[in-house]
Design a protein around this ligand. Structure first.
Ligand code: F6R
Length: 242
């Protein structure tokens, strides 16, 4: 694992964007793995700047999101489909038909998960996967105890994750209980992975992921086994590293 510590989230976003652009530029049919949440937003802004400056061509980029809430209509602004549209597809000028998000509304969720795995494989696999980390060490919505061999599947959100995501919902509104997420095995198949974290709240999870034992109690720790894993942190998120 390569760990890069930046002064602040803005610098981290710019460093991440340069790394991602370098990987995407090396291939004719680039496949980008995208995360939602607040952490990758500076990276998406920095990527959009590269596109606007003509330094990154996204016309042939296919993208796959990590996860989606179950039962959340795609036109709801809290859905990950809509979040990816606003924060990734439009600013980076991607073709909406080339941007995929797991279907949390599928009548048959199991078949939908298999179709998502098939779509990633048919696209040639993910070249570079962007990841945030939950306070409990989750990546995607692979909560603690997730199998390292897991594939895209239905998961129950951990109480801490639902608590953390309450900020996107109105007072008294129920945070979804279930999601569809790429598995840890799916994520590990990406040719490059880039884990981002900002702020003191993530410091403990980052230390467990980077320096702790590889354990399903901290799902992100599986990235220690990835041959091309880069961790980009601001100083606060790096504050518990030894
Ligand atoms: C989002 C995702 C999650 C988030 C994580 C951190 O698609 O898969 O693993 O990356 O919960 O969220 P933020 O960045 O909002 O702290």
């Amino acid at each position: 694992m390569e760990v890069i510590i930046c002064q602040d989230a803005g610098e981290a976003g710019r460093r991440a964007a340069r790394r991602i652009a370098a990987v995407l530029s090396r291939t004719d049919e680039p496949v980008l793995g995208v995360a939602t949440g607040s952490t990758p937003l500076p990276t998406y802004r920095a990527l959009a700047e590269l596109v606007d400056a003509g330094d990154l061509d996204t016309s042939r980029v296919t993208a796959f999101a990590l996860d989606e809430y179950v039962g959340m209509p795609v036109d709801d602004e809290r859905s990950y489909a809509d979040t990816i549209r606003r924060t990734v597809t439009e600013p980076l000028g991607l073709d909406p038909a080339s941007v995929h998000v797991p279907d949390g509304m599928a009548e048959n969720l199991v078949a939908g998960c298999q179709a998502y795995e098939d779509a990633i494989r048919e696209a040639g696999g993910v070249d570079v996967q962007i990841l945030g980390i939950g306070g409990n060490g989750h990546i995607g919505f692979n909560e603690p105890t997730s199998s390292f061999a897991s594939r895209t599947r239905l998961k129950t959100l951990a109480p801490r994750t639902r608590q953390d995501n309450k900020r996107y919902f109105a007072e008294g509104e129920r945070v979804p209980t279930h999601c569809v997420t790429q598995g840890l095995g799916t994520i590990m198949d990406a040719r490059h992975v880039l884990l981002l974290a900002n702020g003191e709240k993530k410091a403990e999870a980052v230390a467990a992921a980077v320096e702790g034992p590889v354990s399903s109690m901290c799902p992100a720790s599986v990235l220690q086994h990835h041959p091309h894993a880069v961790v980009i942190l601001d100083e606060a998120a790096a504050s518990r590293l030894r």
